[in-house]
Design a protein around this ligand. Structure first.
Ligand SMILES: Cc1cc2nc3c(=O)[nH]c(=O)nc-3n(C[C@H](O)[C@H](O)[C@H](O)COP(=O)(O)O)c2cc1C
Length: 243
C-alpha cells in the first residue's frame, strides 16, 4: 500500500457538499493531473467546462434528474470529448476532418482517462466527487445552456467539493470476476462469482438503510429496459460517425 492506493480505495461518490467553493488553484492542479493521463497519440480529445453561472447550474441540476448536488457542490464540471480543435486545425490546413467511430471512441476514452485522473487528484486533496451521467437525459439542452459547438460531445458531469457526508463504501465484484488469465471464464464460473457478490451487495444496501436487493436484481431491473435511445442521433448530429 501507498498513499495513492489508499486514496483510490477510499473512494465513495459524495452526494452532499459543504457550501465552500473549490479554490481556482486546486481546480488547476486537478485539471493538470487530468491532463497527465495517457492520451491516444497525444490527441488530448477532451475539455472540462467549469460551470459557475447560477442560472446555468440550476438548469443543469434540473435536467440531470433533478440532482440538487449539481448546484450545491463546490465546483461543477461538464466533461466533454473534444474534437473541435482537431476540426479547426484540419480546416486551417485545407484538409477534411475525417469523422470515424474510432475517433469518437478515442474522444470518449481520452476524456474518461482525463476525468478519472482529475477526480483522483481532487479526492487526494480531500474533496468529495460524484460523476453525473444524468446530464445525458437531455444533451441538446446541455448544448444550448453551454453553447457547445459541433465536435464537442458532452459525456457526463462531475461534482466536487468539501464532503458533508461520509457514506460507507459500495462493495465491488470479487477479484475473480474481473481478473482472468489467458481468456474468459465459463458462464458457470461467471455466475458463481455473481452469486457470492449478490449477498455482499444486498447486505451493503441494508447497512446503508436502503431496501435490500441483490446486485443481479438491481442490474436486471436497469438493463432489461431501453433508455436514452436518442443518443446515437444526437452524437451523429454533433459530428460523430457511429458506423
Ligand atoms: C459515468 C458515471 C455517471 C454517474 N452518474 C451519476 C449520477 O447522475 N448521479 C449520481 O448520484 N451518481 C452517479 N454516478 C455515481 C455511481 O452511482 C457510483 O459511482 C456507483 O454507484 C458506485 O458507487 P461509489 O462511487 O460510491 O463507489 C455516476 C458514476 C459514473 C462513473
Amino acid at each position: 500500500m501507498n498513499d495513492t492506493i489508499t486514496t483510490m480505495h477510499a473512494h465513495r461518490s459524495i452526494r452532499q457538499y459543504g457550501p465552500d467553493p473549490i479554490p481556482r488553484e486546486h481546480i488547476e492542479i486537478a485539471v493538470r493531473a487530468g491532463q497527465s493521463a495517457a492520451t491516444s497519440s497525444a490527441v488530448q480529445a477532451y475539455t472540462a467546462i467549469h460551470v459557475t453561472d447560477p442560472d446555468k447550474l440550476s438548469e443543469l441540476a434540473e435536467l440531470a434528474g433533478p440532482q440538487e448536488k449539481v448546484e450545491k457542490c463546490g465546483a461543477f464540471f461538464v466533461v466533454c470529448a473534444d474534437t473541435r480543435r482537431h476540426r479547426l486545425m484540419c480546416e486551417r490546413a485545407n484538409l477534411p476532418y475525417e469523422s470515424t467511430l474510432e475517433r469518437f471512441l478515442v474522444g470518449v476514452i481520452d476524456a474518461t482517462l482525463f476525468a478519472q485522473n482529475m477526480t483522483l487528484a481532487l479526492e487526494s486533496m480531500g474533496y468529495g466527487t460524484c460523476y453525473i451521467g444524468g446530464l445525458r437525459n437531455d444533451l441538446e439542452r446541455v448544448d444550448r445552456i453551454l453553447d457547445l459547438p459541433e465536435g464537442i460531445y458532452p459525456l457526463y458531469g462531475l461534482c466536487a467539493g468539501t464532503k458533508a457526508q461520509h457514506p460507507i463504501a459500495r462493495p465491488r465484484l470479487p477479484i475473480e470476476s474481473i481478473l482472468h488469465t489467458n481468456g474468459y471464464p465459463s458462464d458457470e464460473d461467471t455466475m458463481n462469482a455473481v452469486g457470492s457478490y449478490d449477498e455482499t451487495y444486498a447486505q451493503y444496501l441494508e447497512d446503508r438503510g436502503a431496501p435490500r436487493a441483490s446486485w443481479s436484481e438491481a442490474m436486471v431491473s436497469k438493463l432489461s429496459r431501453r433508455s436514452r435511445e436518442e443518443l446515437a442521433d444526437y452524437f451523429t448530429r454533433k459530428g460523430a460517425s457511429l458506423t
